[in-house]
Design a protein around this ligand. Structure first.
Ligand code: FES
Length: 187
């Protein structure tokens, strides 16, 4: 689950309060200074390496076996919701049965999925960034049975394409790969 982070604009409020962290920062600064004096690049580069928890957040693995046909899961990836939808045969057929020349952002369904039954999109409306409804079984899915953004009335279809309303672009398909038949890695 995502955790909410708050921050203060006051620099002092962001300073580590844990004395061991302060000591670590002081040591790290010292290490950089020594590295500079000695002309050795390794300690500096090592101190710039992302922490393990930061690397972990840059990708998200999803167990698809937990998502029944017709249902959708929301996972977090780089601070954004990602919709992972297990589409029904009807939803796949509806996504394919579209004259794309009439779409605001023309894309075939084929280029938006790696396997027809799985649609993976960033769950952020491309108008002004609201999170559309449609993930829950009883949610309003809008006129095209995909997702609906209640902020200003954008309607997306079962391929996550914008069909009506002010949003200019389709829901974004993030980079992802199948690790096996039932697992994807986003990012
Ligand atoms: S933010 Fe979605 S329609 Fe405006």
């Amino acid at each position: 689950m995502a955790t909410k982070k708050t921050s203060s604009s006051h620099p002092a409020a962001d300073a580590p309060k844990d004395p061991t962290k302060r000591d670590f920062l002081a040591m790290a600064s010292g290490a950089v200074a020594v590295a500079g004096a000695a002309g050795a690049a390794w300690p500096l580069l090592d101190s710039l390496r992302p922490a393990a928890d930061v690397l972990a957040l840059s990708t998200t693995e999803v167990d698809l076996s937990k998502i029944p046909v017709g249902q959708s899961l929301t996972v977090m990836w780089r601070g954004k919701p990602v919709f992972v939808k297990h589409r029904t045969e009807e939803e796949i057929a509806a996504a394919k049965d579209v004259n794309i020349s009439q779409l605001p952002d023309p894309e075939t369904d084929d280029v938006r999925v790696k396997k027809p039954e799985w649609l993976v999109t960033v769950g952020v409306c491309t108008h002004l960034g609201c999170v559309p409804t449609g993930q829950g079984m009883t949610d309003n899915k809008g006129e095209f049975n995909g997702w609906f953004c209640p902020c200003h009335g954008s309607a997306y279809d079962t391929s996550g394409r914008i069909r009506k309303g002010p949003a200019p672009k389709n829901l974004v398909v993030p980079p992802y790969a199948f690790l096996n038949d039932t697992t994807i890695k986003i990012g």
